[in-house]
Design a protein around this ligand. Structure first.
Ligand code: NAD
Length: 438
């Protein structure tokens, strides 16, 4: 079992650290944010992710997992280093590699023997070369190392399960030695015959962007079909079901909704399109999925406007769900942000309830009223908009909800409420791509 350092203890770094220590490795997670490390050392976790707290606790008690801000010591004590820092978006659509480059410099300055340096962050093709060059230029004694790309495919909300039982592990390694080290790191998966795909570094980097962009494309495709369904009286769920039963298509990622969000698909599709155009290739399909997604977010606001007879000013709108998907507290680029921005821009009043996000919303939107329950959030509202399909919203008591609202209007952007029930309870409503009772 290996001594591993993970640099960057965010959604990916923390899950990777907990998962690899559960595989029997000795893992140190590093972050620059002192308060985050203190919180982790005190037995709490800084994010909402089902199952993660127990996994972290268990591996701390087995003395296989610890947290520190001392990056120098962590680099020196490790055999394998994972880079899991953020790669946000630059204004031109490119991935911002500044965090990655800083870490590469720190590794170069502190490397003290052969190590495998592995990137988990999502980085454009060619970044492996940049990282290797920086490490070489900063290391004093020409110490040998191998660079490996090991992209991560976990989904927030089911990250623990995805990490411990992945569909595949992709390892971009340029020689047998480093590939064999990585196989060892993932030993339990290898023994369980999970596919471990060995490619060159560039191919591994490409697989991550190609996979994310394909999933984004599926979402945009079904959203466009949903919009057409609305016009011609078809039901998008039955269409998706009929399509998805075809094994060549599969029903996954054929759920219509308010457009994809989160910390990955939006920035990764844009970075992929930018990478392609730098290489004189136009990724028409990826660019189209970005465009459709932006339009879908705007379309949701137009639906709300229509429900409110084009008058948003001074209307009180209750937003249920801020997270970009259920079971996470991540709302980076969530469609709910576009919705809130649009309502505020038209001088509407916004009430918000999300089961796990509150103070972060208040920080981003000081004008928004945050509540601790959907009941409180809906009081006196002119309309309710469901933005995230949290389970608690699936079973909304419509009679109770109606009694709290000023006018019974619902926009269900996730299609989780029965249209029959909405109709019977006297709601005026809209959703995405359903054969609505008019
Ligand atoms: P995040 O923002 O949650 O975490 C990044 C962490 O790195 C932060 O805690 C930050 O403080 C830390 N950091 C930055 N510079 C550092 C340094 N020099 N030393 C130590 N720590 C440092 O990001 P994330 O969501 O975990 O994503 C990380 C990468 O993984 C991104 O490239 C992302 O695209 C990719 N990815 C994310 C997901 C996901 O679902 N979040 C899934 C697959 C891949």
């Amino acid at each position: 079992m290996k001594k591993i350092t993970i640099i960057g203890t965010g959604y990916v770094g923390l899950v990777t650290g907990a998962g690899l220590s559960d595989f029997g490795n000795y893992v140190t997670c590093v972050d620059t944010i002192k308060s985050k490390i203190e919180l982790l050392n005190s037995g709490s976790i800084p994010i909402y992710e089902p199952g993660l707290k127990d996994l972290v606790k268990h591996n701390i008690s087995e003395q296989r997992l610890n947290f520190t801000t001392d990056i120098k010591k962590a680099i020196k004590n490790s055999e394998v280093i994972f880079i899991a820092v953020g790669t946000p978006e630059l204004q031109n659509g490119d991935a911002d590699l500044s965090f990655i480059e800083t870490v590469a410099e720190q590794i170069g300055e502190n490397i003290n023997g052969y190590k495998v340096i592995c990137t988990k962050s999502t980085v454009p093709v060619g970044t492996g070369n940049i990282i290797s060059k920086i490490i070489k230029s900063k290391s004093k004694n020409d110490i040998s190392f191998d660079y490996v790309s090991n992209p991560e495919f976990l989904r927030e909300g089911s990250a623990v399960k995805d990490f411990l039982w992945p569909d595949r592990v992709v390892i971009g390694a340029s020689n047998k030695k480093s590939f064999s080290v990585m196989k060892n790191v993932y030993r339990p998966l290898y023994i369980n015959e999970k596919p471990i795909i060995h490619t060159n570094i560039e191919t591994a980097e490409m697989i991550k962007y190609a996979a994310n962009s394909f999933l984004a494309l599926k979402i945009s495709y079904i959203n466009e079909i949903a919009n057409l369904c609305e016009e011609v009286g078809a039901d998008v769920h039955q269409v998706a079901n009929g399509m998805g039963k075809d094994g060549r298509i599969s029903s996954k990622f054929l759920h219509p909704g308010p457009g994809f969000g989160g910390s990955c698909f939006p920035k990764d599709t844009r970075a992929f399109a930018t990478l392609a155009s730098k290489n004189n290739i136009k990724l028409h399909t990826v660019e189209a999925s970005i465009k459709v997604n932006n339009q879908q977010k705007e379309r949701m606001f137009l639906k709300l406007k229509k429900l409110l007879n084009n008058n948003i000013s001074n209307k009180k709108i209750g937003i249920l769900g801020i997270a970009f998907k259920p079971n996470t507290d991540d709302f980076r680029e969530s469609s709910s942000i576009t919705m809130i921005d649009s309502i505020l821009n038209k001088n509407g009043i916004v009430n918000v309830y999300d089961p796990v996000i509150s103070s972060a919303v208040k920080k981003k939107f000081p004008k928004v009223n945050c509540f601790d329950s959907w009941e409180e959030c809906s009081k006196g509202t002119d309309a309710i908009v469901i933005m995230t399909e949290w389970n608690i919203f699936r079973g909304l008591d419509l009679k109770k909800l109606r009694s709290f609202m000023k006018t019974p209007i619902i926009l269900d952007t996730r299609n989780i409420i029965s249209t029959n029930k909405l109709y019977k309870n006297g709601f005026k409503y809209d959703n995405v791509g359903r054969n609505n009772i008019k």
